[in-house]
Design a protein around this ligand. Structure first.
Ligand SMILES: Nc1ncnc2c1ncn2[C@@H]1O[C@H](COP(=O)(O)OP(=O)(O)O)[C@@H](O)[C@H]1O
Ligand SMILES: [Mg+2]
Length: 317
């Protein structure tokens, strides 16, 4: 071979091997019926709050539930329930394969004025995950050759918990465009039911319908929820119309309006409040009353015996 050709071959740029992720290769939706997730493109809309109050009310009805805090960057549910993240098993460690999901469940007792409950929670992250384990997980999620494995671990974790507990609540983070594909995969592989949450602006409702159509259509919608509605008749009626529209579009089971209610607001200068369901009766809190009504449908959904279409749950004054 002539020397020039040899040099050319030696210094030729090696083309990176293309890795294509085919959606078909990704694992299917969870095989269980009792994993519920709240989703919304808007942050601070009440995903965590509504889920936590629903969960506490289910515990008060004798159900065994577990929360998975999927919000690694803002583990608010873990902070609210555990106060301090501490060290040890966490969702991050489960996803990088260091611990199994059952050993990551923490039992914590939460007390309010009306009593106390024991809550099971998988904390998203603990202090010893920062920054090493978090970085490792993020790298794996961004590596096309590893993301399938990671999503599979997510799905397996949910299925394992769903067999052990009556309900698994997935407390998801807010999606960001930078990780939208990962977010969408997370939702569509870890929940058997989704609740779609919105505020009462018509544009937000429309956007949520479009996003569901594009990305999460494969998961049945349990509830469409408009939260934090100003508590007057006019606003409630408008919210009812919008939430019903969305429900019909996504073929949901329940369309619910939850009013803005100071008793649900969890921030105090002294720290985050215990769940409102442990401090107030549903009869004294219009928002809790709505959540109590919704919990009946959660119970039916997890037992796969829900046969309503867009039943409306609207507060009365
Ligand atoms: N219906 C409501 N009325 C009043 N405050 C609410 C209501 N729903 C949620 N909140 C408050 O709004 C804030 C954001 O709720 P959160 O559940 O953390 O939202 P997300 O999980 O969607 O980011 C919290 O401080 C919560 O207590
Ligand atoms: Mg949240």
């Amino acid at each position: 071979m002539n020397i020039l050709k040899l040099l050319a071959r030696l210094f030729a740029r090696k083309k990176p091997k293309e890795i294509i992720i085919e959606e078909e290769k990704l694992p299917e939706r969870v095989s269980v019926m009792n994993a519920i997730g709240n989703s919304s493109p808007k942050g601070g809309i009440g995903k965590t709050t509504i889920q936590l109050e629903s969960g506490v009310q289910l515990i008060m009805r004798g159900k065994e539930i577990v929360f998975i805090d999927w919000d690694i960057m803002s583990p608010r549910l873990s902070l609210r329930l555990l106060k301090d993240l501490g060290e040890g098993p966490s969702l991050v460690k489960v996803l990088i394969g260091e611990v199994d999901i059952l050993s990551a469940v923490r039992e914590t007792t939460i007390t309010g004025r009306r009593g106390s409950v024991t809550i099971n929670v998988v904390p998203a992250v603990t202090n010893d995950d920062i920054p090493g384990n978090i970085n490792r997980l993020l790298e794996e999620m961004n590596d096309p050759s590893k993301v399938i494995q990671t999503v599979d671990k997510m799905k397996n974790a949910v299925e394992t918990l769903a067999k052990r507990y009556d309900v698994v609540f997935n407390d998801y983070p807010v999606p960001s465009w930078a990780a939208y594909y990962t977010y969408q995969r997370l939702l569509s592989r870890t929940s058997s039911w989704l609740n779609l949450l919105s505020d009462s602006s018509p544009n937000m409702i429309k956007l949520i319908g479009q996003l569901h159509e594009r990305y999460t259509k494969n998961i049945p919608v349990l509830g469409t929820v408009v939260n934090m509605v100003r508590p007057n008749l006019d606003e409630i009626n408008k919210a009812k119309e919008y939430v019903l529209d969305l429900c019909q579009k996504v073929n949901g089971r329940v369309a619910m309006v939850v009013p803005f209610d100071g008793k649900l607001y969890d921030v105090f200068a002294g720290g985050l409040a215990s769940p409102a369901s442990l401090n107030y009766t549903p009869e004294s809190s219009p928002a809790l009353l709505q959540i109590k009504r919704f919990v009946d449908y959660i119970e039916a959904a997890i037992e796969n015996r829900i046969d309503v279409h867009c039943e409306t749950l609207v507060p009365t004054f």
